[in-house]
Write a protein that binds this ligand. Structure first.
Ligand code: IMP
Ligand code: MG
Length: 176
């Protein structure tokens, strides 16, 4: 079944924002290199576009993580599907994510990565849904804040589909 999807953030708006973020990162890291870690799968689309707009030297890596289902207090652990290929020790790392929702995955991931002794670590997300936050996360670079709606496109999926949309869309539910 094909869903009805309406445009929330256009391709042009995203492109402009990615250029702005790239320029800000290039200024903030002037004289240094940045090591981008894209969070698979959704963050890959954004990371590739962002990397092209950064003018200081860039290296890239990827990780795939998921948080164990909610549930008990002790479940504050993330599952690493794919770890980074390279060590991050001594590097200026920027974790690149598609969306920060509850903040659960990112809060644990950032703590874990800090333990690996990077020179610095920052978080850059294309989208932020602050209304949904249950776990505090410091977001250093945000593309757009979005309302509490399910969004797809530009890497974000609905049942693995729609990642390839060049814009951010909202899945319209019946009655809307
Ligand atoms: P959280 O911040 O730990 O809750 O998890 C964030 C992850 O949930 C993101 O990396 C996405 O993969 C997924 N996610 C959250 N909100 C949406 C959405 O609106 N559309 C698609 N995926 C989402
Ligand atoms: Mg994700």
């Amino acid at each position: 079944m094909e869903l009805n999807i309406s445009v929330m953030i256009s391709e042009e708006e995203i492109d402009k924002k990615v250029r702005e973020l790239g320029a800000r990162i290039s200024r903030d890291y002037a004289g240094r290199s940045v090591h981008l870690i894209g969070i698979l799968r959704g963050g890959a689309f954004f990371m590739c576009e962002l990397a092209k707009r950064i003018t200081v030297p860039v290296t890239i890596d990827f990780m795939s993580v998921s948080s164990y289902g909610s549930g008990t207090v002790s479940s504050g652990v993330i599952k690493i599907g794919k770890d980074t290929d390279e060590s991050i020790e001594g590097k200026d790392v920027i974790v690149v994510e598609d969306i920060v929702d509850t903040g659960r995955t990112l809060s644990y991931l950032l703590e874990m990565l800090k333990g690996r002794k990077p020179a610095s670590i920052a978080l850059c997300t294309l989208l932020d849904k602050p209304e949904r936050r249950t776990h505090e996360v410091k977001v250093d670079y945000t593309g757009f804040q979005v309302p509490d709606k399910f969004v797809v496109g530009y890497g974000l999926d609905y049942a693995q589909k729609y990642r390839n949309l060049p814009y951010i869309g909202v899945v319209e539910t019946e009655g809307e």
